[in-house]
Design a protein around this ligand. Sequence first.
Ligand code: ADP
Ligand code: MG
Length: 292
Amino acid sequence: MPISEFGIIRRFFLEAGLYRPDVALGIGDDAAILTVPPGQEIVTATVPLTANGDHALPPNPSFLGTWSITSGLAQLAAYGASPVWLTLSLTLPEANEEWLGCFSTGLRTTTVEYEIQLVGGDTTRGPFNLILFALGLVPVGKAIGPTGARPGDLIYLTGNPENPLSGRLPRPSVTPPPHRDTAMPTPRIAEGIALRGLATACSTILGDDPAAALAAIMNANGAGATIYGKPPAAQPDLDPPSDANQNTPTPSTGPGKFELCFALPPNKQKELEGRFKHLASRCTCIGSIVDE
Ligand code: ADP
Ligand code: MG
């Protein structure tokens, strides 16, 4: 007998992860009730995914479960938000228990890792479609996002970039489909939080295209950018100490998939160095914002 919608929810989503005290009402009712601490506001990010074949379930469900969450968290990071809750809308061509088991394992591991809770959603039948909402909290007025950069601000990338923008014009962003062999990138949550009150603008690099993140900042501010022609000199002060975040994966070469591109007033460089000292990621100045 095929598993019912309620059976799917109970088996694969109800126990997916941990329980946060700020969830007054989670999965089980018609809606969720979430407690927002005084002085905080909510930032939301949406991750939509469709499959190539109309009636096929996409491969690598465990990766997909993790990837959909981490890419939502990566977008929250650009706002300096601390991730807290998720909702998930899932449309499946069939209730394939093996697929659902792997998918929910990916969800569960990731929600536990980031201490966030899946608080609701919907499950329907049809051509594969997934829409994940990631919700985060930020102190009122402290969210960053792409708007706010001014001419003269320096442009930085997190990670370990080798000036990937050199000689390239910004082009539109394309969200890459999840891929089996791709190592799971780390959303730069701690880095986004460290940029609160410091960066004037910030955008997430989704995929290997830092130019798209920079373009988002330029478009949002009607500004241009000058990118240095060759890799800037190593900035030893910005290297994390060797014993910092030993368990946190660091990017290998080039910008990781979930790095941040941000703008910083030049007089904030020292403070930036101080804040990044204990983080997993470095950050490197690659250019500056100019009038359009
Ligand atoms: P029904 O369609 O039978 O009325 P609902 O769609 O209201 O059931 O779902 C029952 C509960 O399960 C709700 O609390 C809903 O938020 C939750 N839920 C349904 N699908 C998902 C999902 N994919 N992920 C997380 N929660 C889900
Ligand atoms: Mg339903």
